[in-house]
Write a protein that binds this ligand. Sequence first.
Ligand SMILES: [Ca+2]
Ligand SMILES: [Ca+2]
Length: 385
Amino acid sequence: MRYTGRLVTDAPNTMQTETEMFAGTGVQTTTLSRWGDYSSMTVDPADDCTFWYTQEYIKANGTFNWSTRIGSFKFPGCGGVATPDFSVSASPTSLAITQGSSGTATVTVSSLNGFTSAVALSASGLPAGVTASFNPASVTPASGGTASSTLSLTASGTATLGTAAVSVNGTSGTTTHSAAISLNVTAAGALTAAYDATLKAPNCSAIGSSCTSGTLLNGRAALGPEPNQPNTINSSCADGTAGTYHSDESIDAIKVSTSDGSLFAAGKTASIAATVYAYSTTADTLDLYYAANASSPTWTLIGSYKPATTGVTTITASYTLPSGAAQAVRGNFRYNGAVGSCTTGTYDDHDDLVFAVGGGTPDTTPPTTRSRPRPRAPPSVAPPP
Ligand SMILES: [Ca+2]
Ligand SMILES: [Ca+2]
């Protein structure tokens, strides 16, 4: 009884070395023509490598004197003992948290090759001001199973802003496997405006550190179209209707933010970033205005600016926030014409953004006019008769 065979990894057109399992001790005599009718081979499901083989053989010269032999074999390199191991995954793989708050992700440890040991969890690559905790701090998966832990990432009020690649690490003995989480720390009070149907413009009604129009100002009039156009307070200034979206002029977004990342307050410097689609770097001009009272705006010019490039480009400016609980900025984007808060060119877009502002530092400057005398005390009530 001899065997050979090949593994899927063996070179094409080669067989393993022929091996003898058992040598018979006799020969079949006379005229018998049948041999080997009763034979079988099967692979052992326990390891998918071991073959079990049964075959007839002859112990001594003669006829009708077959015996049966059962043997097993496997090829070198098949069915080596697999090393127990594990893998680590995280969900979600990207997380956004604001300064002063926290977010969670589920960390899952999966058993491979019968792994059943404890895996200690940790995090690395955290931005300054962000801490990580795992509940539980260590998990032990069943063989072939999974075990999960909840990762909490907490950002302090001064945590470093921006995106960081956080590594979630599982360690068992000398083995460490990791999963990546993209963590984005955003400033507290980074607000996106909602359309204010009363004022008829995008409005950040809470006090934030920034306020963006999001998609609410994209386009001009029916071009785009601009949602809720013309997006001027009390519909005070219609948009020009000529041209084609993103071939001709439009203001697409306005964002106002404090330059130091703190909450909007009177006296602070505010930065405006206006995203426009420019047709011309020479004929197009963005006039930026602010108003202290959004409900009844008196527009004060901040400045007039040329786009640096044609196409989608951002224009920035800054000014000092006045006092006023609900303030506004206006972008007046015009093709030629003269500076104004509501120019009438057919390619001109006008967009307002309303945002809430806190009281800011109290005014300690004494008034320069004389105080009015205190009102007289009311007459005392006469006692009942
Ligand atoms: Ca508009
Ligand atoms: Ca617009």
